[in-house]
Design a protein around this ligand. Structure first.
Ligand code: HEC
Length: 114
């Protein structure tokens, strides 16, 4: 029993420190994979595929204090219009259920630190 508690505490600690240190490209990718998000079908860190490169997203919203909340809402609802020059007006699909809002919040926080 003691070892189960110790293991659980260790896992929680690792999970928390991963969230706190999610400031690199590989951490961002790991957050998406752990959340089983479909993001990487359309996004890469430093290259446009269907959607804009996440480094370009970070650059566009640098210094914008509202970006975190706005972008979380955008990923949940989907939509178009901010990257038409790169996408030809193609929309992002909505993500109402998966990843969860908490997971999307972590992914966006990590993207904004790229
Ligand atoms: C089907 C393809 C597709 C998938 C899947 C997808 N995206 Fe997107 N994403 C796009 C497109 C296209 C845009 C550009 C939208 C626009 O022009 O406003 C975009 C834009 C964005 C933006 C910038 C939004 C803005 O308003 O500037 C962020 C951040 C983003 N995506 C994150 C994510 C995350 C996180 C996921 C996974 C949960 C994801 N995307 C999944 C296609 C996709």
């Amino acid at each position: 029993m003691k070892s189960i508690i110790a293991t659980t505490i260790t896992i929680v600690f690792i999970a928390l420190s991963n969230a706190a240190l999610a400031d690199t490209a590989s951490d961002t990718i790991a957050l998406v994979k752990n959340a089983k998000g479909d993001c990487l079908n359309c996004h890469q860190i430093d290259k446009k595929i269907v959607g804009p490169a996440w480094k370009d997203v970070a650059a566009k919203y640098k210094g914008d204090a509202t970006a975190q909340d706005t972008l979380v809402a955008k990923v949940i609802k989907g939509g178009s219009g901010h990257w038409n020059d790169q996408t030809g007006g193609l929309p992002m699909t909505p993500h109402p259920v998966k990843p969860s809002k908490e997971e999307i919040e972590k992914i966006i926080a990590s993207i904004l630190q790229l």
